[in-house]
Design a protein. Sequence first.
Lengths: 251, 787
Amino acid sequence: MYSGLLAAPPTVATYSYLLDWYLFFGVGAAVVVISMLAVFMIRYRDRGERTPMPKHKTEGWKIVLITVLISVTILSAAEYQTFAAFGNIEIPSSALCLQQTGSPCVQVCVQAFQWGWNYTYPVNGMTCAESYNHGLYSGAPGNLTVPAGRDIVLNLTSTDVFHSMGITMLDEKEDAIPGRVNQMWFEVPSVQVTASPDVLKVVCNPGLTACTYVDAIRCFELCGVGHATMLANLTVVTQASWNAWTGGQSA
Amino acid sequence: MYTTNHKDVGLLYFFTSCYFGIVGAVLALLMRVQLSVPNNNFLNAFYYNQAVTMHGLIMIFWFLSPIAIGLANYFVPLQIGAKDLAFPRLNALSYWLYLAGGVLAVSSFFVPGGSASAGWTTYQPLAVLTAGSGPTLTYLGLVLLAVSITLGSVNFLTTIIWLRGPGVTLSKVPMFTWFFLFTIIAMLYAFPTIIAAFVLASTDRILGTVFFTTQAIQPSILWDNLFWFFGHPEVYIVLLPAFGIIANVIPQFTGRPLAARNAILVATALVVIPLSFGVWMHHMFLTGIPVALQGAFSIATIAISIPFDVITLAFVESLIRGRVKFATPMLFSLGGVVLFIIGGITGVFLSSPVLDRVFRGSYFVVSHFHYVMVGAAIFGIIAGIYYWLPRMTGHMYNEKLGQLHFVISFIGFNILYFPMNLLYDMPRRIFTYQNVGNWAMLNGIASIGAFIFAGAQILLAWNVLHTWFRGPQAPPNPWGSPDLEWTSHAEGMSPAANTSSPAPAGGWIGQLSSAPAAAAASAEATPYAAGEHAHLSSRPLQLSVGIMLFLAGAATWPGITALGLLVVGGLVVIYAFWEWAKDDMHGRFTMPDEAEGERWPFGGVPKLKLGMWVFLSSEVVLFGSFLGALIFIRAASPNWPPAGSIHDIPLGTVNTLVLVTSGLTMFLAIQAIRQGDQRRLLGWLGTTFALGSVFMGIKVSEWITLGTNHFVLTNPTYSLAASAYYIIVGLHGAHVTAGLIFMIYLMKKTSSGFYTKENHEAIENFGLYWAFVDIVWCFVFPLFYLL
Ligand code: HEM
Ligand SMILES: [Cu+2]
Ligand SMILES: [Cu+2]
């Protein structure tokens, strides 16, 4: 996957690696500080002593300095990991995709609306704006259909209000905003990915050339009364079925 | 009802916000019932969306901030040894505007179509596209609230800077007052932006402007920038008073001073407050902003968490070698710190733009902000309630019950919000779900926690009310605190003779006048007993009611009831202003005199002038927000009418000169009275007034021409440009008109010989205002006419 200098979309592994770092630091810091609090609280509890209190230095600049140093170190280490993953969230433009990833990306135009998603698969290098008025492939209606093992770029927009498309089985999300096109990219490694808890169910055809992940796509921004039910399915097909389906018109 | 006493107003705030808190809690419980099992149909989407929206708005705007303001009203003057706030009537006005806004918001549940339902974040364009007058009522209510808060901040800032009693130097100011000072500074510059945002949204809904309905300019992005520029400071506004309470409480129960007090203050003043205005895009990581910008805002966000690390560690360190007593206020403070640690750390997770692809819009975010806003903020506030209850009521609360309250709250809280961390793949604000993964179980647990947590608050309510009416007499200074609010009370009048505030006037709630320990109460009350009626003013209430009716009319427009409301509301407003002015002319309202106290570093500036400067600095942000929005729109708009094609440049230039000249004549007016020349003052004021009127006259003629030339909202070619022009220029015009009206008042007072060489503060302050209005025009004019 991380083949040399080529750009690649983030994967579930990208996120879980990063999350582990944050969990390590975060849980660590929480445990240390809360334990300190607990220990001091008990150690210095009032036992009804009558002796006068010892005098206190109030300005602990030293401890402040130490706190700042430790925080800066931990936070920079975490931030460093985030920046390291930036390479994965920067999406090559469609013209440069081949050059930057080693293979052409599959472009899909997604229009969010109240309450659902429209998919258009541009042919012969058309832009999304040009494709919206042209014919679509006759895919399974309502399903976002993508080939396995390819870099997929979704070009998201909205025809009415602010939506946000989340494909939680891939840990991917991006806002779909009227008047603007945002991109999100990903790769599904194989037709049948290991069962993910985020989808309602997985339905595969007998030859395992296509699997449909029911309710894999959800809307993550309140968009009106249909928000909760703005669900959609993701269908992953083999490269061969994809070629057959698109008649070779897509990249 | 007519009180302007800070303690009364404080209690009014306190009880009113508790009431709104209960409303918000009921909405929350309704949602938790709905979500307790999958595929539930207790609430449908229509009601659920209203509940989720109004819950957020009410809790944040009508409960959390106001309850802190209530405590601050009561205790900030006491802590700094001031008799009252700097501007008592303004304070009462703040309260009534807050209540009026709340009434508008809550009333929106009862109109057809229901209340606002686009989330507390009011994302556009959904929010302006939702039909009905309910959302408009809510948004206008919010504008009123924001105005109330802005006025309140001016008041508090002036108070804390200018009204400190003798000996209360900055280094002696207690932590609660310090943190409240930070809060109001953030309020002062954050709330104008929300006013601008909601004014634009409301005019879209009422007048048909097209700020958020023109897809081409990406209105969602415009809104996000406006809202979150306000929104991030707002989360600190909610948090900081609670931190102040915690910082005030902890040393009281450890017996040792707070660790690193100065470091805490410096970190908050120099890092938290300024930087809080520079992290807003962390709420927009997935809106398609460039990766470099995501990185920059991510770094800013973790940078702002460093001062919080310092503060938290200082709290922890403050226990070392102390003698920790686990009284209820202390328990809630320490509990609040623990919950803040958890919430702060989940915040750091969210600061990663990459991880945000996982967490955005999910229950993880919900958990994060409840840990900080409920865990840290509300726990801190509750600590304050227990801590000060003996001071407010003269009675002691039931300690055992308080501790029980804490234990159940803390456990219930975690049962409620911790599972939400694990629901990071579940979208927030969905009214129902199918059982995916372990969603059903986690939601079920959270709902149980919700009832435990809410149930625990009944103990609080009972404890407070019981203490109030039946509690045993409290010692005058039960915690042995060195702070003025306790010591001046305990020692009667002695060292702090002029530092205790007057007793509540009239006692709207029966217990008040009898509540404080008898000796102290009479000591406090005597000096003012005679002049008590002078402390009452009905104008703030009248004004607020008038504005409320007017806005209710605007929201429900068009229709005969709406027209009625507009007219009646307008008349009440005019009446209230008129009478307010008459009160002033006849000196009917007097304020307790202020002793010369500590005023560093603004000792040389008169009180009103300081207030005016503070207010104008906030106005800068208001106009800045509008102009910022304008620039955004211009940059995004594909076909803006070119300069000169719409507006008459020569006429505009002449008009600009007229206004600038009026600034000059105003200056001459001030010079005149500085030399004590009343006749010259009147002359120059008159000239200024005439020039101002000419300016407005030309404005009106321009608007008529524009209207006849189809430069109107309904003309699709110009709708956006017209929206921006009429609203922003209109806002400026309103400022000019307000100035003109005030000038009439000044001229009247001048001709009755009121102003003298020594006493002409009002003229100077008006001069500042007028100069400000001129300067604003110097920005507005080129943006609309020349560019
Ligand atoms: C260490 C300090 C903090 C950091 C690093 C932090 C970071 C963040 C980030 C990055 C988000 C955006 C999440 C998203 O929408 O995807 C967020 C949301 C939020 N935070 Fe914090 N935060 C911190 C402290 C606080 C505090 C102290 C409060 C309030 C008292 C707070 C209240 C909120 C609220 C209300 C939201 C959600 C707004 C919404 O979408 O409705 N945060 N925080
Ligand atoms: Cu949605
Ligand atoms: Cu924020």
